[in-house]
Design a protein around this ligand. Structure first.
Ligand code: 13P
Length: 251
């Protein structure tokens, strides 16, 4: 068994209205967990309070998909860290490639969001990953290194205790095309080496690094078996309780 904390998190993205969310939560509650992984689900903001109440006292943590960096104020349509905390949310996903692509989230903005989350004692699942063109040109390591350095490397080493990294190659998200287990392992090892270079081996070896991008029951076990892969961030397959728990139990 791996010593690092293992996590399987379902990112529900902009899916499921309230009754669909209730049905999915009921289905998740009926499953039994046969792995040591921490299990999390990220509903939309409108369903977050309901989900955090409905899953209270279970082993499934309810987390947020995004937040704003400001504490409050004139930011129509946004939600702050303290608002998330007030409904019992303790973890937030930041930097998802869909936020970067469709909502113009830059490394600089993400650095501010990370700071705000950590200042509010929220744990951050920080997402990053290269696009297909970067992979084709062999630039994936440089892109990933820049994403990490620009948004996170102003932090003290201690701060990384509250950060989980999620490597999600953009070309593998929602496409059915998964990185091979070897591609995932190579990148995760590179990420750990990059962390070690700045923060030392302890920070690097303790860091939980998730893989995301078309993880399914059929491929989860092989991906999770790689030494530097500590779990997964699951999109489409997290919307079906059976598939999600098959992935959770793949550890
Ligand atoms: P898919 O599992 O649908 O490819 O999505 C991955 C993802 O973006 C999780 O955040």
């Amino acid at each position: 068994m791996k010593m690092r904390k293992q996590i399987v998190a379902g990112n529900w993205k902009m899916n499921n209205n309230l009754s669909q969310t209730e049905a999915l939560i009921d289905a998740l509650k009926s499953k039994s967990q046969a792995s040591n992984a921490e299990v999390m689900v990220a509903p939309t903001f409108t369903n977050l309070y309901h989900a955090s109440q409905a899953l209270h006292g279970t082993t499934i943590e309810v987390i947020a998909q995004n937040m704003h960096f400001a504490e409050n104020g004139a930011y129509t349509g946004e939600v702050s860290a303290s608002m998330l905390k007030s409904i019992g949310v303790k973890t937030v996903i930041l930097g998802h490639s869909e936020r970067r692509e469709y909502f113009n989230e830059t490394d600089d903005l993400l650095a501010k969001k990370v700071d705000a989350a950590l200042a509010n004692d929220l744990r951050v699942i920080f997402c990053f990953g290269e696009e297909l063109a970067d992979r084709k040109s062999g630039n994936q390591d440089a892109i990933v290194e820049a994403q990490l350095k620009n948004a996170l490397f102003h932090l003290e080493g201690e701060a990384f205790k509250n950060i989980v990294l999620a490597y999600e190659p953009v070309w593998a998200i929602g496409t059915g095309e998964t990185a091979t287990p070897e591609q995932a392992q190579d990148m995760h090892a590179f990420i750990r080496k990059t962390l070690a270079g700045t923060y030392g081996d302890d920070v690097a070896n303790d860091m939980t690094i998730l893989y995301g991008g078309s993880v399914k029951p059929a491929n989860a076990q092989e991906i999770f078996s790689k030494p530097d892969v500590d779990g997964g961030l699951i999109g489409g397959a997290a919307l079906k309780a059976d598939d999600f728990f098959a992935i959770v139990n793949a550890f």
